[in-house]
Design a protein around this ligand. Structure first.
Ligand SMILES: C[S@@+](CC[C@H](N)C(=O)[O-])C[C@H]1O[C@@H](n2cnc3c(N)ncnc32)[C@H](O)[C@@H]1O
Length: 269
């Protein structure tokens, strides 16, 4: 038996020559972790995605080099191999390299690929977990993703595989799991996703919540059903990014009054 000890989280001290893969949460800078803020304030080189936004970067040192590598409208995305190479080169040059990613780095964030690239190059790396949109978006809508007697399981799925297609999952098993389905990157594939789940046995009246720009000033929540959600989402022209919550719990939640920063207040009526 091999027992490995790997301490993903060292102390707050960011050693030179390391790469830290850091989650920035869903967008509201108040949802950064303390560890993320500590890391941002020590990094020499920061490579960031589009989603974390500028507000998180205000914790960076003035002298830090900051490079945007996320998808931007009208611009080709920076290839993953080039990001990996930049992380490794920065660490080899003795820099403290921070890779700032939306949500949690290891949840549909390609953080795994970056950690493997560091590993292959012999670069020490750590991960700082972040609040994933899979947790933050339903919370923003007042939706408990598990609920006694209603949902004893939750499945995080992506609607995009590496080719951009709906992944080859056992959608029937997922439809019949009885749990909540929390779908990432699913807005543009919602018609296909809904059809697979309906074919798998979920009824058209299954509640669906579409939560856009969770925790951000433009946050919006659309309630629908599996049979109706594709049409409703087209009509609503929702802002992105969007998390889609499918299952009985999606009918729960309260009227939510959004406060731009500093949290969400839930109020009935
Ligand atoms: C490439 S994935 C990254 C997920 C990220 N690593 C996480 O843990 O949240 C991007 C998808 O996350 C979801 N997402 C991220 N931030 C969001 C937000 N603030 N509101 C709603 N959905 C969000 C959307 O489904 C979006 O298409």
């Amino acid at each position: 038996m091999i027992v490995q000890s790997f301490s993903a989280l060292a102390g707050a001290q960011f050693p030179a020559g390391e790469v830290w893969l850091c989650g920035a949460g869903p967008g509201d800078p108040d949802l950064l972790t303390l560890r993320a803020v500590q890391a941002l304030s020590q990094a020499d080189l920061i490579l960031h995605d589009a989603l974390p936004g500028r507000a998180a970067l205000r914790h960076a040192r003035r002298s830090a080099e900051i490079i945007a590598v996320g998808k931007r409208k009208g611009a080709a995305p920076v290839p993953q191999a080039r990001i990996n190479a930049r992380l490794v080169a920065g660490a080899r040059a003795g820099l403290r390299v921070l890779r700032l990613k939306g949500g949690d780095p290891f949840t549909f964030g390609r953080g795994g690929e970056e950690s493997l690239a560091c590993e292959a190059a012999g670069i020490p790396w750590r991960v700082i977990p972040g609040i994933s949109a899979g947790m933050a978006a339903p919370a923003a809508a007042g939706i408990p993703i598990t609920h006694r007697g209603m949902a004893s399981a939750v499945t995080f799925v992506t609607a995009h595989d590496e080719t951009g297609a709906l992944p080859e999952l056992n959608w029937r098993a997922l439809a019949q799991s009885g749990g909540t389905i929390a779908a990432f990157m699913a807005l543009s594939r919602l018609d296909e996703l809904a059809l697979r789940l309906l074919a798998g046995g979920l009824v058209p009246t299954t509640p669906v919540a579409l939560i856009s720009a969770a925790s951000l000033p433009g946050q919006s929540i659309l309630r629908s059903t599996l049979g109706q959600c594709t049409l409703d989402s087209r009509r609503a022209a929702l802002p992105t990014p969007t998390m889609i919550i499918i299952g009985a719990v999606a009918a729960l939640g309260v009227q939510v009054r959004t406060q731009p920063l500093g949290g969400l207040r839930h109020a009935h009526g």
